[in-house]
Design a protein around this ligand. Structure first.
Ligand SMILES: [Zn+2]
Length: 122
């Protein structure tokens, strides 16, 4: 388990940001939630020319800043993996089969079992 929950948007820890809101796949801190609301309101008032144009989080960062973010992005990936482990555990507690869990994730029963069963339980 991670020592600190990371905001999925700014990648800062809860110990820095304060309270967060959680969804099954993400967490958001108060600053990012406010920022997101402001951007959505601005987008409504001033729609972008190409609303489908991708936004890159790294375009404004220097090389050092980009490299400095990599550990945070990796930690966020670990956090998402932990969420997935918890959800699969909940499915197993409900008695769902590995075949059904695997199918939901687009993998075989065997692959799901290998990925989500702790080595100690095999
Ligand atoms: Zn944040």
């Amino acid at each position: 388990m991670l020592e600190d929950v990371l905001c999925s948007y700014c990648l800062r820890g809860r110990s820095v940001t304060g309270p967060m809101a959680f969804s099954p796949l993400a967490a958001i801190c108060r600053d990012c939630a406010r920022g997101a609301l402001e951007k959505m309101e601005q987008a409504t008032e001033h729609p972008r020319r190409d609303p489908d144009a991708p936004f890159s989080f790294w375009s404004h960062l220097s090389d050092d800043e980009l490299l400095g973010r990599l550990p945070q992005v990796a930690a966020a990936g670990t956090q998402v993996e932990e969420h997935l482990q918890s959800w699969v555990g909940a499915a197993r507690e409900r008695g769902m089969s590995w075949a059904r869990i695997g199918a939901a994730l687009g993998m075989t029963r065997q692959s799901a079992w290998e990925r989500f069963t702790p080595r100690d339980d095999r």
